[in-house]
Ligand binder design. Structure first.
Ligand SMILES: Nc1nc2c(ncn2[C@@H]2O[C@H](COP(=O)(O)OP(=O)(O)OP(=O)(O)O)[C@@H](O)[C@H]2O)c(=O)[nH]1
Ligand SMILES: [Mg+2]
Length: 199
């Protein structure tokens, strides 16, 4: 029997105040949605186990509060993450415009700063009538930055699973690439040259 491989991945979700980060996470992990707004103080973590191909993934997803006063504190949680969701609210143009800053902030904390760090963008609350960020504008911005874009609703559970799982599969690919590089490096470092015998 070939037991499945197990991989732990740390994912983070960031974005402006009230865009629906916590709601997206609760919809994904618990299949629940709450109308009342309770801002996230600092950060909290939810876990979910999923199976992708022949791998069991334990996702540890860090939900961060969008309040300015937590900004420098939550940015310390970005370190060591394997992927990131950038979230905005399609009815709130400022939350879309802020994505550049959120993205730069996350990339600055990823060591080494790399192009292949997986990020996906979620335009949330598409169930609401008063959309202000056109789909094409968001799409174009994501295309420029080479990030997948999903139009989602935490309330009506639209595209939520798809978005998280595209991020998880990209994070897994990157993780496997890093693991292979480590293996190749350790093979190079292991005794390639015959050692001179002593005594
Ligand atoms: N109509 C609608 N409302 C939503 C949706 N997602 C979230 N909300 C509402 O938006 C409000 C804010 O949602 P949260 O998930 O707390 O937002 P957040 O990004 O975690 O906010 P902070 O933790 O303060 O940064 C709540 O009242 C939610 O019920 C959605 O898809 N559609
Ligand atoms: Mg929150």
């Amino acid at each position: 029997m070939n037991p499945r491989k197990k991989v732990d991945l740390k994912l983070i979700i960031v974005g402006a105040l009230g865009v629906g980060k916590t709601s997206l996470l609760h919809q994904y992990v618990h299949k629940t949605f709450f109308e009342e707004y309770q801002t996230t103080l600092g950060a909290s973590i939810l876990s979910k186990i999923i199976i992708l191909d022949d791998t069991t993934l334990k996702l540890q997803i860090w939900d961060t509060g969008g309040q300015e006063r937590f900004r420098s504190m939550v940015s310390t949680f970005y370190k060591g993450s394997d992927g990131c969701i950038l979230a905005f609210d399609v009815t709130d143009p400022e939350s879309f415009e802020a994505l550049d800053i959120w993205r730069d902030d996350v990339l600055a904390k990823i060591v080494p700063m790399e192009q292949s760090y997986p990020m996906v963008v979620l335009g949330n609350k598409i169930d609401l009538e008063d959309r202000k960020v056109p789909q094409e504008v968001a799409h174009e911005w994501c295309k420029e930055k080479d990030m997948p874009y999903f139009e989602v609703s935490a309330k009506n559970d639209i595209n939520v699973v798809q978005a998280f799982e595209v991020l998880a599969s990209r994070a897994l690919l990157r993780y496997q690439g890093i693991a292979e590089n480590h293996l190749a490096d350790s093979i190079k470092l292991s005794p390639g040259q015959p050692r001179s015998k002593c005594c």
